[in-house]
Design a protein around this ligand. Structure first.
Ligand code: CTP
Length: 135
């Protein structure tokens, strides 16, 4: 069984997320998602999600491509996660491609960057809806 691991906040779950999860799951047989906790988002990623961790977790668990959701508490947990869950491949979004910060993972597993879906993000949704009056 080939096990895949990816990370993210997945706030306001949208089709860019679903596409990422679908393609990640297609790379193997079991997909683990490291879901950024509210504290990690706030302290390290400097973003605040609309939905709290438990709600984002429930939504992700209802996606057919996701087999297991675990908390992402810090940047340094990846090696421990790879070992604990027997991970073969870590998948990151292409927004991380220019950063070298995950290259060390290649010594422990396969590392794949998947292209982002064009034209959508949680930030964009918030910006677009923020200016509109909801009826
Ligand atoms: N993702 C993607 N295509 C998009 C948006 C996100 O493939 N259009 C991927 C990211 O590359 C990442 C995962 O979905 O691997 C979770 O991304 P996240 O940062 O939670 O979503 P964003 O919509 O990018 O959120 P934000 O606007 O807050 O950065």
């Amino acid at each position: 069984m080939k096990r895949i691991l990816t990370y993210g906040t997945f706030d306001l779950l949208h089709y860019g997320h679903i596409e990422l999860l679908r393609r990640a799951r297609e790379l193997g047989d079991y997909l683990v998602v490291g879901l950024s906790t509210d504290e990690f988002n706030c302290k390290e990623k400097k973003k605040q999600s609309y939905y709290d961790y438990e709600t984002r977790k429930k939504m992700l668990e209802s996606v057919r491509y996701v087999d297991l959701v675990i908390p992402e508490n810090d940047w340094e947990q990846k090696l421990a996660d790879i070992e604990r869950y027997g991970i073969d491949t870590v998948v990151m979004g292409s927004n991380w491609l220019d950063s070298n910060r995950f290259n060390y993972l290649r010594h422990h597993c396969e590392l794949i960057f998947l292209p982002r879906t064009y034209g959508i993000s949680s930030t964009q949704i918030k910006a677009d809806l923020g200016g509109k009056l909801l009826t």
